[in-house]
Design a protein around this ligand. Structure first.
Ligand SMILES: NC(=O)c1ccc[n+]([C@@H]2O[C@H](COP(=O)([O-])OP(=O)(O)OC[C@H]3O[C@@H](n4cnc5c(N)ncnc54)[C@H](OP(=O)(O)O)[C@@H]3O)[C@@H](O)[C@H]2O)c1
Length: 248
């Protein structure tokens, strides 16, 4: 039997990059996956690609995680479609970089609303379902920037550090119901988000990675699946980095 047979997984930001890889990896191991992203086209294409490889395993949901009412409706819709939810992966995230001196209030709000309030919204929407589910898990995708800070990313660093505190508090609140909640802190992973960086910045980044290369979406997916597995039942409230040694 596959590791996630009979499990239902919700992956936010599943339309591209790390989230799409996570959604595909769960489907490959037998799970049903709700692929959530902002735009219909991106989550639709991701679900279609996953279904082409693993028939009838994925369904697309175009939802803005920052919107409390839309996410509450998502909570009901996924349960209506799949019957339950065992695993919630909060991966949706954005950047709006700039030095604090020049950062617009809208850039602060957009990043905090998606990266941090988005997780508040989804946990609110799914926690009752998770409490009743078998092997319930929450995995929140934070970042090494939430541990280390980064000039030009005050909004992103605050959102990702906030997500770590949120994960620990949720872990404590839901431990009595055996729902585990952990955070992953990826380092620099090759995706559209990091493609935007210029060569000079990329070289500087590589100089700070002991293993000497960017990570892959597979690296983050593998760790997510482990933390969501039965085997990880005794791990909760932790932050696990997959960063080529950047934060050691
Ligand atoms: N790449 C890295 O090096 C790195 C490192 C550390 C942490 N992370 C974190 O890992 C996560 C994924 O990063 P990535 O590089 O894969 O990003 P990406 O390629 O930019 O993809 C982001 C995904 O999130 C979705 N999304 C954004 N805002 C949303 C919202 N308000 N509601 C619903 N979905 C939303 C996007 O939807 P659409 O497709 O519809 O636009 C997209 O599917 C993020 O939380 C990021 O902060 C990334």
């Amino acid at each position: 039997m596959s590791r996630f047979e009979n499990k239902v997984v919700v992956v936010t930001g599943g339309g591209r990059g790390i989230g799409q890889e996570i959604a595909k990896a769960f489907a490959a191991e037998g799970a049903k996956v709700a692929v959530v992203s902002r735009s219909e086209s991106s989550c639709g294409a991701a679900a279609e690609a996953i279904n082409a490889e693993f028939p009838e395993s994925a369904k697309a949901y175009a939802v803005d995680v920052a919107n409390h009412d839309e996410v509450a409706a998502l909570g009901k819709q996924v349960v209506a479609d799949f019957g339950t939810v065992n695993i919630l992966v909060n991966n949706a995230g954005i950047t709006r970089d700039g030095l604090l001196m020049r950062m617009k209030e809208a850039d602060w709000d957009a990043v905090l609303d998606t990266n941090l309030k988005g997780a508040f919204n989804t946990v609110k929407a799914f926690q009752r379902t998770l409490m009743k589910a078998e092997d319930p898990r929450i995995v929140n995708i934070s970042s090494v920037i939430g541990l280390m800070g980064n000039a030009g990313q005050t909004n992103y660093a605050a959102s990702k550090a906030g997500l770590i505190g949120f994960s620990k508090a949720v872990a404590k609140e839901l431990a009595g119901r055996k729902v585990t909640c952990n955070a992953i802190a990826p380092g620099f992973i090759a995706t559209e988000m990091t493609d935007e960086l210029n060569d000079k910045v990329k070289d500087a980044i590589l100089g700070n990675i002991p293993l000497g290369e960017l990570g892959s979406t597979d690296d983050v997916a593998a760790l997510t699946l482990f933390l969501a597995s039965k085997e990880a039942r005794y791990i909760t409230g932790q932050v696990v980095a997959t960063d080529g040694g950047m934060t050691m």
